[in-house]
Write a protein that binds this ligand. Structure first.
Ligand SMILES: *[C@@H]1O[C@H](CO)[C@@H](O)[C@H](O)[C@H]1NC(C)=O
Ligand SMILES: *[C@@H]1O[C@H](CO)[C@@H](O)[C@H](O)[C@H]1NC(C)=O
Ligand SMILES: *[C@@H]1O[C@H](CO)[C@@H](O)[C@H](O)[C@H]1NC(C)=O
Ligand SMILES: *[C@@H]1O[C@H](CO)[C@@H](O)[C@H](O)[C@H]1NC(C)=O
Ligand SMILES: *[C@@H]1O[C@H](CO)[C@@H](O)[C@H](O)[C@H]1NC(C)=O
Ligand SMILES: *[C@@H]1O[C@H](CO)[C@@H](O)[C@H](O)[C@H]1NC(C)=O
Length: 399
């Protein structure tokens, strides 16, 4: 019993002395390699920057943070500079972390962490402050523009650091603008211009300026929807392809234009519309309730807006239904259709014929071997299967 206790005691002392040696050894190594460690910090303007300085092995030597102007900010846990934005986060023998709130562009620069050993050891940490671009503004467009006007859309964003990137989109398609970057103080003003001549296709088109920057999760977008005024464009649609006497007939004057042209003016053969009950004008529509060959002529619809006046014409030719019965275009049309149908049918027959002939041939060769003298269908199949390779050869030969 006594011996055992003795042994344990000896072992314990031995271990303790070994650990003590190891301990002093590591301490000696520590004070030799005692060095402050920092990291560069990037923060968005207005945000908070944590500046951390660490020492792995420290014998209670003081740490200090100083700013790019070499002013001491914190010496250990003691605040040295009067700046309410700068606060202490943690001060231990192994770490000195301070926080700079509401960071501005002027806070950017090289910060120094010093460890007051003999001699003093220092490490630099660069604080990068990103300038957030302002929301883009598009200028240069006064609504509405006239067709043919030359316009310059300019998109501006300021306050970015580094300089923001501007991209333009016409609806969703990217277009190239001319970009210019100017430094204003520590940040940049970026402007991009698009110069073009507007036409009616630009009416209602959205031009979007997109500002991209490292400080933004997603780009800032500003859109200008163009409004372009242009002269009317007219087109007449008609309800019948072959107008015949006695039929109901309608013409419609389809117009586009901005502003929308109104009203539409109808005329016939350069004069007013004949004042007859059969002819009814309702806005864009001209209706003839019962066609008469006297209605033959050129119909014109005219419309204007403040940009200009346009017209469209339709030549009405009223067919005599009796004349059509003998040699009218209906006949020709039916003849044509019949001819096409006959042609297609013929083609189908030929193609089908060839196809059948080819496959029937193959089929016959398949069945030929063994099937001929088979007593029933099953045997025929069994027999035929054995001759598959043969059938294949035969098929090739047949073709
Ligand atoms: C700065 O430090 C504080 C306290 O340790 C922490 O809450 C905050 O998230 C840190 N901020 C950054 C940007 O690391
Ligand atoms: C460091 O300082 C603390 C008290 O602030 C003391 O207890 C400790 O022994 C010191 N360490 C060394 C290695 O001097
Ligand atoms: C910290 O930033 C400075 C200045 O931008 C640079 O020269 C240095 O290499 C950076 N250090 C690290 C560790 O990134
Ligand atoms: C920006 O810089 C250009 C030259 O690069 C100059 O012509 C222009 O006037 C500047 N604009 C502003 C607003 O300072
Ligand atoms: C066409 O008009 C004329 C006179 O305007 C009239 O005599 C004739 O009966 C009309 N024809 C038809 C088919 O309505
Ligand atoms: C009107 O149409 C008829 C056929 O229906 C034709 O014979 C006649 O020449 C046309 N008249 C005019 C003025 O076009």
């Amino acid at each position: 019993m006594m011996l055992k206790q003795h042994l344990i005691f000896i072992l314990y002392s031995l271990c303790a002395s070994v650990f003590k040696v190891a301990g002093t050894k590591s301490k000696a190594k520590g004070s030799q390699g005692q060095f402050p460690i920092t990291q560069n910090v990037t923060v968005v303007e207005g945000g908070t920057a944590n500046m951390t300085c660490r020492v792995d092995y420290n014998d209670n030597t003081s740490l200090q943070w100083s700013n790019p102007a070499q002013q001491t900010l914190f010496f250990g846990d003691k605040k040295a500079l009067r700046d309410h934005r700068i606060e202490l986060v943690r001060a231990t023998s192994q770490e000195l972390t301070i926080r700079i709130n509401d960071v501005s562009l002027s806070d950017e620069g090289q910060y120094t962490c010093s460890l007051f050993t003999m001699p003093v050891k220092t490490t630099k940490a660069f604080l990068t402050v990103l300038g957030v671009p302002s929301r883009p503004e598009i200028t240069g467009f006064t609504k509405p523009a006239m067709e043919g006007d030359e316009i310059t859309l300019t998109c501006i964003t300021s306050g970015s650091k580094p300089a923001a990137n501007i991209r333009w989109f016409r609806n969703d398609k990217e277009v190239q603008g001319a970009t210019e970057v100017n430094a204003t103080g520590k940040s940049f003003t970026v402007r991009s211009s698009l110069l073009f001549q507007v036409d009616k296709r630009d009416d209602g088109v959205a031009y979007t300026c997109s500002v991209e920057h490292v400080s933004l999760y997603k780009p800032y977008l500003t859109t200008e929807v163009l409004e372009v005024h242009y002269a009317p464009q007219l087109e007449i649609t008609h309800s019948l392809i072959i107008p015949q006497e006695g039929q109901y007939f309608k013409l419609e004057c389809v117009s586009i234009g901005n502003p929308i042209p109104e009203p539409v003016l109808w005329s016939k053969d350069g004069g007013e519309l004949p004042d007859i009950e059969r002819m009814i004008v309702e806005g864009r529509e001209l209706t003839i309730t019962t066609l008469n060959k006297t209605d033959n002529g050129t119909y014109r619809c005219e419309a204007s807006n403040h940009v200009g006046t346009s017209f469209a014409e339709y030549i009405l030719f009223v067919y005599d239904p009796n004349a059509l019965g003998q040699r009218g275009p209906d006949h020709a049309l039916i003849g044509g259709v019949v001819a096409v149908v006959v042609f297609i049918t013929l083609c189908l027959i030929i193609v089908l014929g060839r196809y059948l002939a080819r496959h029937k041939g193959t089929y016959l060769t398949h069945e030929a071997k063994g099937a001929e003298d088979a007593p029933d269908a099953d045997t025929a199949i069994i027999n035929a299967e054995g001759n598959h390779v043969h059938a294949e050869e035969k098929k090739e030969y047949f073709i």
